[in-house]
Design a protein around this ligand. Structure first.
Ligand SMILES: O=c1ccn([C@H]2C[C@H](O)[C@@H](COP(=O)(O)OP(=O)(O)OP(=O)(O)O)O2)c(=O)[nH]1
Ligand SMILES: [Mg+2]
Length: 156
């Protein structure tokens, strides 16, 4: 199966770090590495530089997602997941990591793969202000209007 791809200019601020790349054909995320060592105490967050800057074409966005293995094994997540990289941004990509573990520090070394970058096409909206919106089956129902877990039900 052939994949569609787009050329995106990328600048490495630290030439010794690996260029983001996809581990397998079909992968959506290219791993980003830490440019510096960082230790996150339990509950601590830190803004971690990746050494990568991009020139995304207009109509694209970069989304910085957590890596599932690090999340599951160590409780490492991205606070603002997915981080939004605007097409016009030319600065260094940085990742706001959070150690959600209650007891164990997370020790990251320069070059460790800390997050993954997903490139997507995006639409820009023209927001048309109106007085009334059209009716739908959902209407204003949300925030659990269709039900939830049994365990989440409070019994009185
Ligand atoms: O995880 C992230 C999120 C954002 N950015 C960069 C790229 C993005 O284009 C810029 C601004 O991000 P965002 O709009 O989310 O932050 P803001 O707090 O709204 O800042 P600004 O006022 O500069 O838009 O910061 C990152 O490097 N990593
Ligand atoms: Mg913003």
């Amino acid at each position: 199966m052939s994949e569609s791809s787009v050329d995106i200019a990328l600048k490495m601020l630290d030439p010794e770090l690996p260029v983001p790349s996809y581990a397998h054909e079909g992968d959506a995320g290219a791993d980003l590495c830490a440019r510096e060592d960082v230790t996150l105490e339990p509950g601590q967050r830190a803004l971690v530089p990746t050494g990568v800057s991009l020139a995304l074409p207009t109509g694209f966005v970069g989304l910085i997602h957590p890596r599932s293995g690090l999340a599951t094994k160590h409780g490492l997540t991205v606070v603002n997941a997915p981080g939004t990289v605007d097409a016009g941004y030319r600065g260094e990509l940085k990742v706001t990591l959070l150690n959600t573990d209650a007891t164990t520090p997370i020790v990251l070394k320069r070059g460790d793969r800390i997050a993954q970058l997903v490139i997507q096409r995006v639409e820009r909206a023209r927001f048309i202000q109106v007085q009334e919106l059209d009716d739908t089956a959902r209407g204003a129902g949300g925030f659990g209007s269709t039900g939830g877990f049994e365990a989440a039900t409070t019994s009185h």
